[in-house]
Design a protein around this ligand. Structure first.
Ligand code: ZN
Length: 165
């Protein structure tokens, strides 16, 4: 079952999620529901904050592969960075340029509590960094330059007004 998406302005998106300590059935269910929500939204990643749960769990999808990562930590980052447009399911319709390392190593656990380590580059590396940011209460608007942020905020407000009208 898909969960309700939280969108920009909801304080849960600006709040740091807490580490997962219980690897129980409810964690397994949350992971399944997050995957279902990501598929329904046609997204490439989702963090628990975005469905209103302040737990350190993310899901990601690229090509035919799906990932679930609990308590993710970015261990290593490449020296090279790249600027690319990024969107966010919690700020629908908005894209801003975000500079990030082109490759990372991320570690964490699966839903059974077993250690997981993933080396990612390109889009997958970007997705993991975006979702770990969410777990720290950080959004793409916090990662872009001031002018882009202002333009994105203006566009967001206009969208809200258009929806109300
Ligand atoms: Zn996002």
């Amino acid at each position: 079952m898909a969960l309700e998406m939280r969108t920009f302005g909801d304080p849960v998106l600006k709040t740091r999620a807490a580490p997962v300590e219980d690897f129980d059935e409810s964690l397994e269910r949350l992971a399944e529901e997050m995957l279902a929500t990501m598929r329904e939204q046609e997204g490439v990643g989702l963090a628990a904050n975005q469905v209103g749960r302040l737990k350190r769990i993310l899901v990601a999808a690229l090509e035919d592969e799906e990932y679930v990562l609990v308590n993710p930590v970015i261990e290593e980052v490449a020296q090279t960075e790249e600027i690319a447009p990024e969107g966010c399911l919690s700020i629908p319709g908005i894209q801003v340029e975000v500079e990030r390392p082109t490759a990372i190593t991320v570690s964490g656990q699966n839903t059974s509590g077993e250690p997981v380590r993933i080396e990612a580059e390109g889009l997958l590396a970007r997705i993991f960094q975006h979702e770990v940011d969410h777990l720290d209460g950080v959004l793409i608007l916090d990662r872009t330059d001031r002018a882009s942020r202002k333009a994105a905020m203006r566009e967001w407000r206009e969208r809200l007004l258009a929806q109300q009208g």
